[in-house]
Unconditional design. Structure first.
Length: 84
């Protein structure tokens, strides 16, 4: 077995997390949100025909909601710094 395979088998996620660059961490949000949207829509869709459109709408709602929350926190942060 190659050395990299042994290291992969010995990897313990909570003890040795993957070291991602700071900019790459944000991109992990999209697959996570997509999985959440698919699972949510799988429980709500009346038929398989409604699932792709509903998943896309749920995906966009979650992403836009998270962006709005981030913007609101940023504006509150800037206001506190300005008032301080």
């Amino acid at each position: 077995m190659p050395g990299w395979a042994v290291q992969l088998l010995a990897w313990v996620p909570f003890l040795h997390p993957i070291q991602l660059p700071a900019g790459a961490r944000l991109w992990t949000l999209f697959p996570l949100v997509l999985c959440i949207a698919v699972v949510y829509r799988a429980t709500r869709a009346r038929s398989l025909q409604h699932m792709p459109r509903g998943t896309a709408i749920t995906f966009m709602n979650i992403i836009l909601g998270m962006a709005a929350i981030a913007l609101a926190f940023y504006l509150v942060h800037r206001a506190v710094l300005w008032l301080w």
